[in-house]
Design a binder for this molecule. Structure first.
Ligand code: FES
Length: 90
């Protein structure tokens, strides 16, 4: 049985201990945030919690680093735009 979490309405499989960012990358999702000014796509960059390029909204909490959050079943992850202050998550 495959364990999954929800990402923008899509089921993303993950292995125990895998981060949200690792699972998204393994599922072929390369970007899940856009920059504030240019709207450029962002995803994993440093992969170690330093650059903040990988921000996502996790269970209605915005600005979570996907490379640091360990995936768990039933979590809901959403992509972010701009400042990361997702209107639905505030
Ligand atoms: S990829 Fe750099 S903080 Fe997550």
């Amino acid at each position: 049985m495959t364990t999954t979490f929800s990402f923008d309405g899509r089921d993303i499989p993950f292995r125990p201990g895998q981060t949200v960012g690792g699972a998204l990358l393994a599922a072929g999702v390369l970007s899940w945030r856009s920059t504030r000014i240019e709207g450029s796509p962002r995803g994993l960059f440093c992969g170690i919690g330093v650059c903040f390029d990988c921000l996502v909204t996790v269970d209605a909490r915005s600005n979570q680093r996907a490379c640091q959050v360990v995936a768990h079943e039933a979590m809901t992850v959403r992509s972010q735009d701009g400042t990361g202050h997702d209107a639905e998550a505030i």
